[in-house]
Design a protein around this ligand. Structure first.
Ligand SMILES: C[S@@+](CC[C@H](N)C(=O)[O-])C[C@H]1O[C@@H](n2cnc3c(N)ncnc32)[C@H](O)[C@@H]1O
Length: 328
């Protein structure tokens, strides 16, 4: 029990390690804790104590012969340049997103998101005013995408001429799709500051000619005329009635022949509980007032909004991609 109660200290230790870049520094070559403290310009005794925790967490290993520290395969996930890196997730939970958990207790009492109560604005508006943190957020999203990208080929992107990414973030997914499918065009809808970020990313990738980035509110309207409408990590940000409202807005914009693709982490059914899934659900509640859902729950939302599920693909890391078309 005490170990669980110290969970926040575990998270803070990993955050400190990532901010100090311990995984990246140790990856350059083994060094002792004393040498590491010199490299980091940090207190030797405190570094040693942090290192002992990291060894116990299986992030680092220590050579008993000479005290040389090395990164374990698990610790390697915290390096900046590995595909699917957890570095940016660690930076987020060590920053304002993790700080809103201080307000979890009143949030449980009221049912209102802890983030809004802590900072006086919703998380996306907060990120608008904090460009560095916003960049970390989209880097973390992109890292998650890297884990499922190869498997997403099953969607057959090349069969869709115009792909509309609804709430498409900084354009990481659209960049991948348009790079892989030279005949396709893209449209990305986002809030104003994120649309600017996406515009710049897609232009840097040389894709400006083949895509349009639109600033707008997806609860108001979604660009019409697309062949595939993608919602990645959108549905879990919202309570059920808002999801159905958003899906109906998409449906109104979609030609009859178009398809919708929902890509999300999915919770296994309740008979198969898993702590990480339930923590992620509490995270979504605390940060945005959203929720994690089973694939069946997502499919019910689609059905309530007038869609019929066509295919369901299971992806790495517990994610799912659900293809739907308009129900007749
Ligand atoms: C969890 S992020 C997912 C981003 C992207 N789809 C991805 O997979 O990385 C949710 C996105 O929804 C956008 N968003 C939130 N409310 C919105 C609204 N009313 N209209 C348009 N975009 C919105 C946010 O700016 C944010 O980029």
């Amino acid at each position: 029990m005490r170990q669980l109660l110290l969970g926040r200290l575990v998270s803070s230790a990993l955050h400190a390690a990532v901010v100090l870049r311990i995984p990246d520094v140790v990856h350059e070559g083994p060094r002792t804790a004393a040498e590491l403290a010199v490299d980091l310009d940090a207190n030797e005794s405190a570094v040693r104590r942090l290192v002992l925790v990291l060894i116990n967490l299986d992030v680092l290993s220590e050579d008993p012969a000479n005290g040389g520290l090395a990164l374990t395969p698990f610790g390697n996930t915290l390096r900046e340049d590995v595909p699917g890196t957890a570095r940016h997730c660690a930076l987020l939970v060590g920053g304002p997103i993790g700080r809103c958990w201080d307000h979890l207790l009143p949030a449980v009492r009221t049912g209102e998101p802890a983030f809004d109560a802590t900072f006086g604005v919703d998380v996306f508006s907060y990120l608008d005013g904090a460009p560095d943190l916003q960049a970390v957020f989209y880097r973390s999203q992109a890292a998650d995408l890297e884990i499922t990208l190869a498997e997403l080929a099953v969607v057959g992107w090349e069969s869709y001429r115009t792909v509309v990414d609804v709430g498409g973030g900084d354009g990481a997914l659209l960049e991948h799709v348009l790079t892989a499918c030279p005949e396709s065009r893209g449209v990305l809808l986002e809030t104003a500051s994120v649309a600017e970020r996406a515009r710049s990313r897609l232009a840097t990738a040389g894709l400006a000619e083949r895509c349009e980035v639109i600033a707008g509110d997806f609860f108001e309207s979604v660009p019409s005329g697309g062949d595939l409408y993608v919602l990645r990590d959108i549905v879990h940000d919202w309570p059920d009635e808002r999801c159905v409202a958003l899906l109906r807005v998409c449906r109104r914009a979609m030609p009859l022949s178009a398809a919708l693709l929902v890509i999300e982490r999915s919770t296994p059914s309740n008979e198969d509980p898993h702590l990480l899934n339930h923590l992620m659900d509490l995270y979504m509640f605390a940060v945005v007032g959203g929720r994690e859902r089973t694939a069946g729950e997502m499919e019910r939302l689609l059905s309530d909004a007038g869609f019929a599920v066509r295919k369901r693909h299971r992806l790495n890391g517990g994610a799912v991609a659900i293809e739907a078309i308009q129900a007749s």
